[in-house]
Write a protein that binds this ligand. Structure first.
Ligand code: HEC
Length: 224
């Protein structure tokens, strides 16, 4: 059985009530002492639950966990499919295809993805975009940007690039030259290396299982 928020809430309330009743037995429920015990026990149980949930969350959001793949995932083909049981879109990993014409080792991939993150922070992309839902709402959320069909449909023909990653790099280096939307992205003067790192970061981020966020993203099949 998987433990969800409902189980945690029910268990926490159940333990608080049972332990409070045991420790306050013999006291009338209108006595202040009864409620003092109930308050101390409930606060303690809630505090312990919060610590356990924090530890569990840190484990689940660390790189290399089930929901947040390690950076070398940038070498794989990335899909996005509907999981009927969870009623959500989830990332799917396909065969090894490499990125920018090569396969990156775990260390190289980590360096590249980390650099991509630093480039994004240095240019404050969140002034306009959201990443994992954080940031501004001027431009599209970038969580699943790698999976956007527009790279193949529009940007590859516009830039003449042969692969999706090259089309993304070309766009990121000259976004003002390749507009595809009502609002335009300014040229942030990314170097070729910086744009490449951002592409790797965005590809890695698209593999994070975000329970289907952002909504209405199209399905992408992969050959497994
Ligand atoms: C001043 C606002 C602004 C800033 C800052 C900005 N962008 Fe954009 N970005 C946009 C707009 C507007 C679009 C849509 C442009 C289009 O489609 O022609 C866009 C589109 C994109 C797309 C395509 C998304 C998709 O799926 O359609 C990517 C990827 C992207 N930006 C990455 C970045 C990165 C990385 C940075 C920081 C280095 C950044 N942007 C900074 C405004 C901004």
């Amino acid at each position: 059985m998987s433990v969800g928020w409902l189980e945690v809430v029910v268990a926490t309330l159940f333990i608080s009530i049972v332990v409070s009743l045991i420790l306050a037995r013999g006291r009338h429920w209108l006595e202040p002492g009864f409620w003092k015990i109930a308050a101390v026990i409930t606060s303690s149980v809630m505090a312990i639950t919060l610590v356990l949930l924090t530890v569990d969350t840190s484990r689940q959001i660390s790189m290399g966990s089930k929901r947040v793949p390690s950076p070398s995932v940038i070498n794989r083909e990335i899909g996005y499919v509907y999981d009927a049981e969870r009623m959500a879109m989830v990332p799917a990993l396909g065969k090894e295809v490499g990125l920018f014409g090569r396969v990156w080792s775990e260390e190289e991939a980590e360096k590249l993805v980390t650099k991509g993150k630093l480039v994004i922070q240095s240019r404050n992309c969140m002034d306009c975009h959201t990443l994992l839902g954080n940031g501004a709402y001027y431009a599209p959320d970038l969580t699943k940007a790698w999976l956007d069909p527009k790279w193949e449909k529009q940007l590859m023909p516009m830039t003449g690039a042969k692969t999706r990653e090259e089309a993304m790099r070309a766009f990121l280096m000259n976004p003002d030259k390749y507009p595809t939307w009502v609002r335009r992205m300014p040229n942030l003067k990314l170097s070729e290396d910086e744009a490449m790192a951002v592409v790797a970061y965005l590809k890695w981020m698209s593999t994070i299982d975000t329970n289907g966020f952002p909504a209405n993203f199209p399905e992408v099949k992969v050959s497994q």
